[in-house]
Design a protein around this ligand. Sequence first.
Ligand code: MN
Ligand code: MN
Length: 471
Amino acid sequence: MEMPDKDTLKEMQDRLTLTPRLVWDHLDRGERDQVMAYAERYKHFLDHAKTEREAVLEVQRLARDRGFIDLQSNQQGDKVFFNYRGKIIALAVLGQKPVSQGLRLLAAHIDSPRLDLKQNPLYEETDLVYLKTHYYGGIKKYQWLARPLALHGVIFTAAGEPITLRLGEDPADPVFTVCDLLPHLARKVQMDKKVDEAFIGEKMNLLAGSLPLGDKETKERFKLHLLNLLSQRYGLTEEDLISAELEAVPAGPARDLGWDRSLVGGYGQDDRSSAFAALEALLDVDQPSCTCLTLLVDKEEVGSAGNTSAQSILLEELVARLLARQGESPALRRQALMQSQAISCDVAAALDPDWPEVFEKRNAARLGYGVVLTKYTGHGGKYHANDAHAEYISRIRSIFNQHNVIWQAAGLGKIDEGGGGTIAKFLAAYGMDIVDCGPALLSMHSPFEVGSKADLYMTYKAYRSFLSSLS
Ligand code: MN
Ligand code: MN
């Protein structure tokens, strides 16, 4: 074979080689502005949707603003929302084709790792008042110590009245904290131990007060002072804390990160980055051919168990109602699901330059290189993975390329280094085509996760192109 000339070699390079594309290199002025504007709306969402309950309310508010009506009402309209127990929300735009021919589904989760209060949380010890917690989801415990935490959630009174709490977000609010041991005394109990053994769930108690009520004769007067405060402010008793869901989350807003403001730092980006993109993509849909659905579920971080999780029968029920709304038989729900095409909208791990040893650099997602397509998750030997079929990856890839979506293909880390799962496998059980796709994050599952504004926007663009693609 004759040696090709320099120009030919360059042409061959461009044509034959897969070259990662940095989003910032490919944005024109107008789209760069869109990236920045999207990040502003996204940060607002993160600040107003710090728990699954708050996320549902915020999504419902935004949907109503755009003319979506409650699926459970008798109102006419092809844009509907379905709120289930305040912890799952689905938005649908009915298409021209019958629902039974399949849906376009974007599914994300809206729960995030945090510290939940225990059922009997309140106690005093050495004249300080504490709230006991049980961590929720996969956390590195030490990341939650010695930092301001806010309490979000709901408490039901004896009469069954809900009291909504959101304390620690306003700069004027008090916050809570889990204290950490000073380094001077930590040598044996922390420093010499394995990280797993050095930080202990039962020691993760929230400091909540130090004022007494009454005098030294008064029994548990520090706890009593706090109970009196809860009684006067909210009409609560200690027993009411049993019928409560209170979540301690990092206090304060999401922030621009970096001198150049190219990144977003904040809590709950797994998976509200995908959830918000799936929301905005759906809000943009108008008169689609297939029915489009954005489904935001709870409980992913604890294995998708329970009646507000991706493993509940809710999706089936929802599709049955959409079928009925279009005058079709609800009995066709499984047929509809089996013929559906879906994206499991969830985050990927970005290659961390400080820890390259756990990543396989040729198959690691890179921050700024666009939305990540993840064929399979799981761990060692692809256990518990939804391994998307090549046929479907081919379809998705061609949709993204047609719509100038900048994307990358990546896995979670080195083989046998660890692993993780998403809701993809639960939805795949219905027979639909589904693949994981979402933005890459640094510091995933930490109180301050990091995403690239370019990737966050590209995720929205990817989901929108998926919903609007034909057939
Ligand atoms: Mn996730
Ligand atoms: Mn997660």
